[in-house]
Design a protein around this ligand. Structure first.
Ligand SMILES: [Zn+2]
Length: 467
């Protein structure tokens, strides 16, 4: 009398069906058993272990109508086992050789699943951490994806910063404090032990002094002595237990070695002989896992590092987004570029100012003049010319000529002047790409240019007549 309830098949449900021999028509009992040594107190179903197929106590074939044959069932079983091995091998402890540093230690901050790694880009050169939890289970869209290179670089930076020599020295000095404390506690233990031994010794002496005929007294003193001896034993045991827990002893030699390692760490990390697998191993010694969430804020990735020490730290990573339409500081960037451009700053200068202000480009680390020029083109911010949108005057305020000015002074077309500029026949200066040329010319230079033009024309004419 159960209602049938249809639900999407989940991984675990499908697995359960595949591994259930009833679908192959077999009645089976005792697929798993309880192992007393694995039991946890208070947990009823703890300590359950699977038995291998050969050890199933009851396995009767052809009992139910079978969906698949027994051979098919065995084949499925072998295949699942194989898959599991392969999955496990790639998953835990074995850092693979790929370039993504955090592979295997990234957890999804949205659903808690371990994030996988895949490669995107035309040549598959961009590693991406992706959470496929929902997708594998129910075919729902991917939970989230985070580009690996940026995140890796940031975690690497934090890791190396955390292991800088002065940080290690600090940790070591904290450790030294701990050692001092341990030494003090050790002394306390010794005092306790001495006291217990002293009391036992006193009880012994009291017992020895009593006359054997005085049996009642002797017996009670004997009991006391015994008690004191037990007391000594207890303290000794407790001391032993305590001291095995305090095994962290760092010798001065260790200390030197650790400090030296810290100094070399960055070098070792970047050495060409250090493989990606080495780096991953090193990383896992220091970092347990990294939890990532890129949907908390637009254009930024939040992540938390769970360090092996038990400490955690939270960080934000500004995504290097593809297009400037997605730039996290889009409005700010556009406003600054407009303002600086309006203040007649050159693209190079604008780039420098933006870099100083800590505004980052979508790609790369810093703005360049060319990049600012490109951004201005995208947003159609024209260069603000000295003369606004007016036609260039023949001569600028500082006395230099414009291209038009040279053309009219010498009596040539604009193209010729541009050619001279290119050939550096004239002393021309342009404040920035797209800005008008300023050409320094003396009257003598103008005269000689005129002579030059006449000469060239005469030569051309004579060539024409000759032909
Ligand atoms: Zn997820």
């Amino acid at each position: 009398p159960h209602d049938v309830l249809w639900q999407p098949a989940s991984n675990s449900r499908v697995l359960a069906i595949l591994s259930n021999p009833a679908y192959a028509g077999a009645y089976v009992y005792g697929r798993s058993t309880f192992e007393a040594t694995r039991r946890k107190p208070g947990r009823l179903r703890s300590g359950q272990v699977r038995r291998p197929l050969e050890k199933w106590p009851v396995c009767l074939q052809n009992i139910y109508p079978a969906y698949i044959t027994w051979e098919q069932y065995l084949a499925h079983r072998a295949r699942l086992h194989d898959n599991q091995n392969r999955y496990e091998a790639g998953r835990h402890g074995v850092p693979r050789k790929g370039q993504a540093l955090l592979q295997g230690v990234v957890l999804c901050g949205r659903c808690g699943a371990r994030m996988g790694l895949h490669y995107s880009g035309p040549q598959g050169e961009y590693p991406v951490y992706g959470c496929n939890a929902g997708q594998h289970q129910y075919g729902s869209p991917r939970c989230q994806e985070v580009r690996a290179l940026g995140l890796d670089a940031e975690v690497e930076r934090l890791l190396l910063a955390a292991l800088e020599p002065d940080k290690i020295a600090l940790a070591l000095s904290a450790l030294a404090e701990l050692e001092k404390e341990t030494a003090m506690l050790d002394r306390q233990w010794h005092l306790r032990l001495e006291r217990a031994k002293y009391e036992a010794e006193r009880a012994r002496r009291q017992y020895m002094t009593v006359e054997p005929e005085n049996r009642m007294v002797a017996r009670s003193l004997e009991r006391q002595w015994e008690e004191k001896l037990r007391g000594v034993e207890e303290v000794e045991h407790a001391y032993q237990r305590w001291s095995t827990q305090q095994q962290l002893v760092i010798t001065p030699a260790d200390r030197q070695e650790i400090l030296a390692l810290g100094e070399n760490l960055a070098q070792v990390w970047r050495a060409p002989t250090t493989t990606n697998a080495d780096r991953k191993t090193m990383l896992r010694l220091v970092i347990r896992d990294v939890i990532v969430d890129n949907k908390r804020e637009h254009g930024r990735v939040w992540f938390r590092i769970n360090w092996q020490t038990g400490a955690t730290s939270e960080h934000w990573l500004t995504r290097r987004v593809q297009s400037y339409a997605e730039h996290p500081q889009l409005e700010h960037l556009r406003r600054r570029v407009r303002e600086l451009n309006a203040a007649q700053k050159m693209d190079e200068e604008i780039a420098m100012i933006l870099n100083e202000e800590g505004v980052r480009p979508s790609r790369g680390l810093a703005f360049s003049g060319g990049l600012v020029w490109m951004v201005r083109q995208q947003w159609q911010i024209p260069t603000v010319k000295e003369n606004g949108k007016e036609a260039n005057p023949l001569r600028w305020k500082d006395g230099t000529y414009s291209v038009e000015g040279v053309a009219s002074a010498v009596g040539v077309i604009l193209g010729t002047v541009y050619k001279w500029v290119r050939e550096r026949r004239v002393d021309a200066e342009q404040l920035a790409k797209g800005m008008p040329w300023k050409i320094k010319l003396t009257d003598e230079q103008i005269a000689s240019l005129r002579e030059y033009v006449k000469r060239v024309r005469r030569i051309k004419r004579s060539k024409k007549e000759a032909s």
